[in-house]
Design a protein around this ligand. Structure first.
Ligand SMILES: *Cc1c(COP(=O)(O)O)cnc(C)c1O
Length: 477
């Protein structure tokens, strides 16, 4: 029971209470300039224990992968093994400083080099840059590489990037940032790219195509090699969105299917923390043709020494120093722990778990593409008249589950995009399926329960648009 409601932290202020103790000053005291010493801040004065309890209680209000199942489709919210954290906390990694020079950072550079090699091998690519800080950042790097490559061969006038209508919103956004215009490729009836539609979009204005494989419907693009061939013959390049790589590791190398440049989300596939928009890592890999354009510097080995080098025609640095180094240590730890066989099992189990859940739910939740899926599937939440996906998602919170991704991909109405990930047990999947089926039953027998959800949280159904546009983040509001 909460004896002290957390919202009252400020009201609890007890003038004179102090939450920290400072050592005796051994420098002369100085008066802060009046402009800095604001008297109107009215900060609460509290003892340490009250503050600790306040923040601990707040942290417990969070959903996280360490506390709950988190089937957020396409985001791959899988377990981040604690061994990653142990490795990242080794003093040699933790205390390294990027400005202390290559000679003093040989261990760090060796790790970067080996991670680059591992990821190139896993993806079937020739070269890797670890600089980008997120998937979208990798996308931007990749389309800038395509732009510079086309300019270098006198094809700089190609300005159109083709994007399937199932793509993640970051794809067109990255293209726009790199100065491309985008053209939507309408998916075929099977949820995959229709070769006829693709052919009719190809002309000499096309710079390339961005393909997500498996796509956001959880479907493998079987014609990927034909697609790449058509685009290449038309003078364009193929960008691969590798966000869903946990369905493929150790089983399929995208690089061999004709993809020229692709990002991996290390915070999805390689078990590094997501964390509110960062610190992530969205490394980018390419064929030898585009390798000179990779963002840099990247780590390289010459003789017995490791050094940072700038690829010859690099698009330049896209992040300070090496990228998010601590995250890269975690990803390399994960790669080593899994090994070749483990990475294959990752893909197999991510697909097995998704199909297990799909088969448990599909009799009650409609599927627009009712067939074997890869790591995720997209169901629909319009269970009964007046019941929408949003109601199902909110009711799941009452059952103790984080809702799946909803209303995406855009081509499935009332979409519920479910990705169980390979790290969940059968017991958890069964519990989630039971909750989903119970909610479907409620939708028919007690729909108000869904409309009123969530009812177990400190606040009920929020106006999400207003909350995002006008967040009230400070105490006084
Ligand atoms: C997550 C995701 C992205 C963007 O990655 P971020 O790391 O969130 O920037 C791009 N495409 C797909 C398909 C994704 O799932």
């Amino acid at each position: 029971m909460n004896l002290i409601p957390e919202s009252l932290l400020f009201e609890l202020s007890n003038p004179g209470s102090v939450g920290c103790s400072l050592p005796k000053s051994d420098v002369p005291e100085a008066i802060l300039p009046a402009a800095l010493a604001r008297k109107d801040l009215a900060l609460p004065e509290l003892d340490e224990l009250t503050v600790v309890r306040h923040f601990t209680r707040l942290s417990q209000k969070n959903y996280s992968i360490d506390s709950h199942f988190y089937p957020l489709g396409s985001c791959t919210m899988k377990y981040n093994p604690r061994a990653n954290e142990t490795a990242a906390a080794f003093p040699g990694w933790r205390n390294a400083h990027p400005l202390s020079g290559d000679a003093n950072n040989q261990g760090c550079l060796e790790l970067l080099c080996k991670l680059q090699e591992s990821l190139a091998e896993i993806g079937g690519f020739d070269a890797v840059s670890l600089q980008p800080a997120a998937g979208a950042h990798g996308e931007l790097s990749g389309v800038l590489m395509i732009r510079d490559y086309l300019q270098s061969i006198g094809q700089g006038k190609r300005s159109v990037m083709l994007i399937p209508d199932s793509a993640h919103g970051t794809n067109p956004a990255s293209c726009a940032m790199a100065g491309f215009t985008t053209k939507t490729i309408v998916s075929g009836l099977d949820g995959n790219i229709d070769l006829g539609v693709l052919k009719s979009a190809l002309d000499d204005s096309v710079a390339g195509i961005m393909i997500t494989n498996p796509n956001t419907l959880g479907l493998f693009e079987r014609r990927i090699a034909d697609i790449a061939k058509l685009v290449h013959e038309a003078g364009g390049l193929v960008y691969g969105d590798g966000a869903n790589m946990n369905a493929l590791t150790g089983v399929f190398k995208p690089g061999v299917s004709g993809i020229d440049v692709m990002h991996f989300n290390l915070h999805k596939t390689f078990s590094t923390p997501h964390g509110g928009g960062g610190p992530g890592a969205g490394m980018i890999a390419s064929s030898s043709k585009l390798a000179p354009f990779l963002p840099g510097p990247i780590a390289a080995k010459t003789g017995r020494k490791y050094a940072l080098v700038m690829p010859e025609k690099s698009i330049g640095p896209i992040k300070a120093f090496y990228g998010n180094f601590g995250i890269l240590v975690r990803a390399y730890t994960y790669v080593l722990m899994q090994g070749r066989d483990g990475l294959k099992r990752v893909a197999e189990n991510s697909v097995l778990n998704a199909n297990y859940l799909r088969s448990k739910l599909e009799k009650v939740y409609k599927l627009k593409y009712p067939k074997t899926c890869m790591h995720e599937f997209v169901a629909m939440g319009d269970l009964a008249p007046g019941i929408h996906t949003l109601d199902v998602a909110k009711r799941l919170i009452d059952y103790g589950f984080h809702p799946p991704t909803i209303y995406f991909p855009l081509i499935v109405p009332e979409a519920l995009m479910i990705e169980p990930t390979e790290t969940e047990s059968k017991r958890t999947l069964d519990a989630f399926a039971d909750a989903m089926l119970a909610i479907a039953e409620e939708a028919r027998t007690a729909p108000q329960l869904l409309h009123d959800a969530p009812s177990t949280t400190p606040v009920g159904r929020l106006d999400e648009v207003a909350a995002a546009r006008n967040p009230v983040l400070c105490y006084r509001g």
